[in-house]
Each structure stands twice: as structure tokens, then as C-alpha cells.
Design a protein around this ligand. Structure first.
Ligand code: ZN
Length: 344
């Protein structure tokens, strides 16, 4: 889509043309989904954050400086919502850390798996996609933008704007993240090697099988010092080349329908702007859904948190019910397949 066409759509959408709003959403939803999905890999809140982003963008069109800058403005809102999600998680909605952690992931919605399967990735491309699981959240958010820059979907200027950093600072952050990604690729190689390195087995004795930055460092340190594993560092094709021209992971029909439905129901007059994504009623609130920390929430509408559900006097939550066009999944934290079995 050309910048001129986007600008025309933005102008029409701001004026209230529902077809223009719909086209604006459906055209840009894959971009936002790929940013949020990769940044919050595996979180059960990905669809909510994507919807928040799209609806805040629609509602905030009146505050957009120039219609041509819609795309980079939208990317910045997406990152803003990712940061807001982290903040909410840190606050834990008043719940314990354990309960918050159990709510983190969504079975069957692992964006890394989706990327590998939907884009048919193999070899070092698959290795790189899997390696993203080992990054710290901040690096994964940066990677979500940089991945799209490599794929040709975003410019460096758009990445820097979304990160609220100068181009120079962005370059430094990208270099640091790439070094972590490279280590993570070697970690993937070390875990995939058969038969496994005996010394690595003993290093992994206390590992719970979940990718983490701490275990990335431990396994990478082993791979640097181990005679047998040190060869794994050679032959790494630069990630930029691997990601060049990669397609976007397609959006599910349920997510698209959800954004369209809630967008049509909740579109506010242009000018009620929260262009920075920080003010105004959230789409969740507009859908009549309350945050878990809202006393009025009372569990009645909550299908996710056991404590909330337990407080609901009637209408026990039903599995698989749709909310905002998306199937909610319940249960304990989803985990990527444990890999320790290979080392026992
Ligand atoms: Zn080794």
C-alpha cells in the first residue's frame, strides 16, 4: 500500500467512513500482530494487546500529526502497549507473582511455533526463530521490531521512533541484542546436538526445561569453554540475511473478526485522542471487561484467573467461550516442550 493511499484511508477513517476504518485495520493488523506476538511470545494477552493497539489508533486518529505518518505512529502505539503490558504484569494486578506467572502463557499460541510452522522455516532460520525465546523481554521487544526491519517491513527510523531512542542509541541496542541472539542460537545448537555433550548434561542438571536469559548465559558459557561444543559457534549465517524478505505471520480469522467487531462497536469520535496510547478508556473496558484489580470485576466476566472465577457467585466460567472474537484458553501456564528429557 502506498503512503498516499494510506493517507487517504486515514483521512476517510477519521471522517467516520466505516469501510475506510475496516481497510485501515485489516491492512495494518498483520504488522501489529507480528510486533506484539513476537515481543510477548506465548502470552495469553497477545490478542488483547493487539486489539488495544488497533482500537487506540482508530480512536486517536484526530491526534495524528500527518496522515502519511500513520504507519510509524501505529508501530509506536504497539510498542507503547507492550510496555504498558509489562507494567501491568509487574504490578501483578495485586495478585501474587506466582499467579501472575501462571497467567503468562497461552497453550497453542506460541508465536515462535507459529512463525516456524506458518513461514515453513528450516535450518538456521528455524534456529534463529527458536533462539528468540532465550532473550530478555526488552531484547525480545527490540527484536520484534528489528526482525521486521530485516524482513523489509519497517525502516530503521520507524524502529527508533517506536523505541523512543535516537538512531545512534538504537544501533547500539540492536548490536547488543544481536550478540544475545547469536548466543541463543548456539544454545539451540547445543541442545539439539545428538548425542548430547556429557559435560553439558551435568550443567543442565538443575534446569527446568524453560528457555531463560539465565540459562542462555550458562549454556553459552559452557559452549565457549567446552572443547566439544566450541565448534557450534562457527558457521552462523548473519541473522539479517536469514530474515531478509521473510513474510509476516498471518493473522488468525478470529483475531481479525475480534478487532473488527470491537472496533465497529467502540469507535469514538475522532479527536478523542490518546495518540500516545496512555489515556482514555481501553478497548477492554469498552467491551465491558474489567481489569482483575477492579473491585467491581467480581470474577463474573473473568475466564482467566482462578481467584476471580472463584469469586463469581454464578455463571461459572466456561472453557472456550469467546470474548472479543478470541478464544480464551484456561489452565496453567503453557510451557514450551521440555528439553531436559534428552539429557537424562
Ligand atoms: Zn560441551
Amino acid at each position: 500500500m502506498t503512503t498516499q493511499h494510506t493517507a487517504a484511508l486515514v483521512a476517510a477513517a477519521r471522517a467516520g467512513d466505516p469501510r475506510a476504518q475496516d481497510e485501515l485495520v485489516s491492512t495494518h493488523l498483520p504488522l501489529v500482530y507480528n510486533i506484539v506476538g513476537r515481543a510477548l511470545n506465548g502470552s495469553c494477552d497477545v490478542d488483547d494487546v493487539v486489539q488495544d493497539t488497533m482500537l487506540r489508533a482508530l480512536d486517536g486518529l484526530g491526534g495524528l500529526r500527518t496522515d502519511e505518518s500513520f504507519r510509524s505512529w501505529l508501530v509506536a502505539i504497539a510498542m507503547n502497549r507492550v510496555r504498558a503490558h509489562w507494567q501491568a504484569r509487574q504490578n501483578g494486578f495485586g495478585e501474587s507473582t506466582l499467579e501472575a506467572a501462571e497467567d503468562v502463557a497461552d497453550p497453542g499460541a506460541d508465536f515462535v511455533d507459529l512463525t516456524v510452522v506458518r513461514l515453513n522455516l528450516a535450518g538456521q532460520r528455524r534456529e534463529t526463530a527458536r533462539a528468540t525465546r532465550w532473550l530478555e523481554p526488552e531484547d525480545r521487544a527490540l527484536l520484534s521490531l528489528w526482525w521486521l526491519e530485516c524482513a523489509g517491513e519497517l525502516t530503521r527510523a520507524e524502529v527508533a521512533t517506536a523505541l523512543e531512542l535516537s538512531p545512534q542509541h538504537t544501533a547500539v541496542r540492536v548490536q547488543r541484542m544481536k550478540a544475545q541472539l547469536e548466543s541463543a542460537r548456539v544454545v539451540e545448537r547445543a541442545l539439539d546436538t545428538q548425542p548430547a555433550c556429557e559435560e553439558l548434561r551435568s550443567v543442565l542438571a538443575g534446569w527446568d526445561g524453560q528457555p531463560s536469559a539465565l540459562w542462555r548465559k550458562r549454556i553459552a558459557r559452557h559452549a565457549r569453554e567446552c572443547v566439544r561444543c566450541s565448534g557450534l559457534w562457527s558457521g552462523l549465517v548473519p541473522a539479517e540475511g536469514l530474515l531478509a524478505g521473510l513474510a509476516l505471520v498471518p493473522v488468525s480469522a478470529a483475531l481479525l473478526a475480534g478487532v473488527r467487531t470491537t472496533g465497529a462497536a467502540g469507535f469514538a469520535p475522532a479527536g478523542a485522542a490518546f495518540a500516545d496510547g496512555s489515556e482514555g478508556a481501553s478497548p477492554r473496558a469498552r467491551r465491558g471487561l474489567r481489569r482483575h484489580d477492579d473491585p467491581a470485576h467480581a470474577g463474573r466476566q473473568c475466564e482467566r484467573w482462578p481467584r476471580c472465577a472463584a469469586q463469581a457467585p454464578a455463571e461459572p466460567p466456561q472453557g472456550g467461550r469467546r470474548r472479543g472474537g478470541r478464544r480464551l484458553r484456561r489452565g496453567r501456564r503453557a510451557r514450551v516442550p521440555r528439553r531436559t528429557a534428552w539429557f537424562r
